[in-house]
Design a protein around this ligand. Structure first.
Ligand SMILES: Cc1cc2nc3c(=O)[nH]c(=O)nc-3n(C[C@H](O)[C@H](O)[C@H](O)COP(=O)(O)OP(=O)(O)OC[C@H]3O[C@@H](n4cnc5c(N)ncnc54)[C@H](O)[C@@H]3O)c2cc1C
Length: 402
């Protein structure tokens, strides 16, 4: 049990959300959920395992191991390294579960998470090799060394190799303007050549004004269309330390991107029509998809249900109106707090709004893309599923990375 659980812990390094070959296939939300669920289950097994070994007292053989084939080597290196890894793992998982309460900010949390993970990997591997009997077999010894190399390589990749690559591929902030209440449009352009290739709906880790080796980078969806090769645009809402500092950033500031990541993309997914649902700043990746559909002249009907609290939070209203004239696009604005002269819809995008939107169409034939606050995503997903839309036709992404 302990060996299987520790092998799982070592694979957790690949599920940190920084590896495109995973997150671009199953999506960042699923990657992070698997990472967390696995961490909790594996930790439970690893918390228990010393008690199973020593249940009958440290010197008495285990009831299922009277011949002591599997018993531990209780030498100093075996026991102490295990104790360090065991405590570090518990701290690591508790810190992850209570991250919101961490007072030092996301970056400090991320640094301590990475450091504790390294301790678990290194001390855990020494413990596995020194304390148990099974791992004395050469094949298993090499297996554990390979696992440790993979774990350390993931850290070196994220914290050393990627930043080194970014130094050779710098971007510059080209423009920055307030486009709605506490909402900014940020446009960056590569110093040389073209911007990264991505699919509409994907996101990057964006670092503005810091060294590429710093931990100050945040995930933001790209709002521009992939065909706009010379620059990347973002729509960013002020919520915390970095996003509230946007107004003070000068054009010409150095920027770096890590990506693209995420799988909320419509390329190759089919669908008789495309229904886009955005709540607040969740419009960012939806805009990218919409702009790409417009630029590529996709003939399919498109519907955008766009919800905000107040009218001054709506972004790119004219562009959306213009797009509705140029393509088969129906735009429905929803406001929770509408002004007196509001002519759009009121309230949130709910089951009734969906029933209305699909009165003469079969929702099951369409592709549905949802981005916004979690309650909005869950509500729309639930309504679509109960309308018989297969889950393979529903894509969503929440703007919360834990
Ligand atoms: C896939 C994805 C795409 C997103 N796209 C957009 C977008 O297009 N527009 C937009 O306005 N917002 C987007 N967000 C949300 C955005 O990342 C956060 O609002 C932003 O990071 C907050 O940073 P802060 O320093 O201002 O706030 P803080 O108060 O420091 O952080 C608030 C919360 O933001 C998250 N966060 C902060 N820093 C990081 C980080 N370095 N890495 C990961 N998460 C972090 C954490 O959950 C944190 O609890 C997206 C989030 C995700 C996961």
């Amino acid at each position: 049990m302990a060996l299987c659980a520790f092998a799982g812990v070592m694979m957790e390094f690949l599920l940190s959300g920084r590896f495109r070959f995973i997150s671009s296939h199953i999506g960042i939300d699923a990657t992070m959920r698997v990472h967390q669920l696995m961490a909790r289950m594996l930790t439970l097994a690893l918390i228990l395992h010393p008690f199973l070994y020593t249940g009958g007292g440290i010197n008495s053989p285990m009831v299922w191991d009277v011949t002591r084939q599997a018993s531990l080597n209780f030498g100093l290196a075996g026991v102490l390294t295990g104790l360090v890894a065991w405590i570090a793992l518990i701290v690591l998982v508790l810190m992850g579960m209570f991250r919101e309460k961490h007072s030092g900010g996301y970056e400090a949390w991320r640094a301590s998470h990475g450091f504790a993970a390294l301790i678990v990997a290194v001390f855990g591997t020494v413990h596995v090799l020194r304390a148990g009997r099974y791992s004395e077999a050469p094949l298993l010894t090499w297996f554990w060394i390979a696992m440790l190399v993979i774990a350390i390589t993931t850290l070196v990749w994220v914290y050393v190799l990627k930043p080194l690559w970014q130094i050779g591929h710098p971007y510059t902030v080209r423009s920055l303007r307030r486009i709605a209440d506490r909402t900014w449009e940020v446009v960056i352009a590569p110093d040389r050549g073209e911007a990264i290739q991505f699919e509409a709906g994907q996101f990057v880790w964006l670092n503005i004004g810091n060294s590429p080796f710093s931990l100050f980078e945040n995930p933001f969806s790209i709002a521009s269309a992939p065909s706009q090769r010379g620059e990347l645009a973002f729509v960013i809402k002020e919520v915390g330390d970095f996003t509230r500092s946007l107004g003070g950033i000068a054009t010409g500031t150095r920027a770096y991107v890590d990506g693209p990541h995420g799988n909320m993309t419509i390329a190759g997914r089919g669908g008789a029509g495309i229904a886009l649902y955005a709540g607040g700043v969740g419009i960012a990746p939806i805009l990218s998809i919409l702009r790409e559909l417009r630029e590529s002249g996709d003939p399919r009907p498109v519907m955008l249900l766009y919800g905000n609290r107040a009218a001054d939070q709506i972004v790119y209203r004219e562009e959306l109106q213009e797009a509705a004239r140029r393509m088969d696009l129906q735009v429905e604005h929803f406001l929770m707090e509408p002004p007196a002269d509001w002519r759009g819809r009121t309230g949130v995008i709910d089951e009734a709004a969906l029933a209305e939107a699909f009165r003469n169409r079969d929702a099951a034939d369409w592709l549905h893309v949802i981005c916004g606050p979690l309650p909005l995503i869950e509500r729309i997903e639930k309504a679509l599923l109960s309308d018989g839309v297969p889950s393979s036709r529903i894509l969503s992404e929440r703007f919360y990375y834990d």
